[in-house]
Design a protein around this ligand. Structure first.
Ligand code: PRP
Ligand code: URA
Length: 209
């Protein structure tokens, strides 16, 4: 059974509030989404496997822990997940990176896949899937479906803002994965946008409209 963690941390909440502000421009928005992702990674990777090695300090030899196991993979959902990727890689720079391209149909809100490329040996790696927004949950569910079809079994989904509707859908579709959320918002509006949310994450990261 996976766990769902809502990161209730002053630094994360402060930065998300700045991201929500419609006056925050592309440059600052990019910096903030990367910083939030980095802070979330610290919590999300709390259970990384470790082994002990002998290290000789200037004072004494000691048995101390280091990370072990196959390198994790970061697989952002394009486009907006790219904005979180560098923040995650700041903490795990040796991670492999894959991509899943999905866009949401404006009328039906259903996700459509247009690209995918995964690192070799993905089935044996911890896979972190960042996407700033979990709205209906359709994109996250399809991305996890795809990763599981490739043999992945250890998956952590990470989003900056989630709607209760999307969280419920993702938990029901994939009860085994871990879900990390910066802030759980109120509801979806009639266009399946998160309220209050922050608008269109992809447009705000890339300066498109
Ligand atoms: C946004 C967001 C998620 C998706 C969430 O992407 O980045 O991928 O919508 O909505 P859902 O939970 O209802 O599926 P969008 O489809 O706008 O594509 P973009 O990142 O290319 O802008
Ligand atoms: N995608 C976004 O970028 N924002 C939303 O509020 C919903 C989906």
């Amino acid at each position: 059974m996976g766990k769902t963690i809502i990161l209730d941390h002053p630094l994360i909440r402060h930065k998300i509030t700045l991201m929500r502000d419609e006056r925050t421009g592309t440059r600052d928005f990019r910096i903030l989404v990367e910083e939030v992702a980095m802070l979330m990674t610290y919590e999300a990777l709390r259970d990384l496997p470790m082994k002990h090695i002998t290290v000789k300090t200037p004072v004494a030899a000691a048995e101390e822990p280091v990370l072990t196991g196959k390198k994790p993979a970061v697989v952002p959902i394009l486009r907006a997940g790219l904005g979180m990727t560098d923040g995650i890689l700041r903490l795990i720079p040796a991670a492999k990176v894959g991509h899943i391209g999905l866009y949401r149909d404006e009328e039906t809100h259903e996700p459509h896949e247009y690209y995918s490329k995964l690192p070799a040996g993905i089935e044996d790696r911890l896979v972190i899937v960042p996407d700033p927004m979990l709205a209906t949950g359709g994109s996250a569910i399809q991305a996890v479906d795809f990763l599981k079809s490739k043999g992945c079994s250890q998956i952590k989904f990470m989003c900056v803002i989630a709607a209760p509707e999307g969280l419920k859908a993702l938990q029901e579709a994939h009860p085994d994965i871990d879900i990390f959320i910066g802030c759980l918002d109120d509801h979806l509006n009639e266009n399946a946008y998160i309220v209050p949310g922050l608008g269109d994450a992809g447009d705000r990261i890339f300066g498109t409209d």
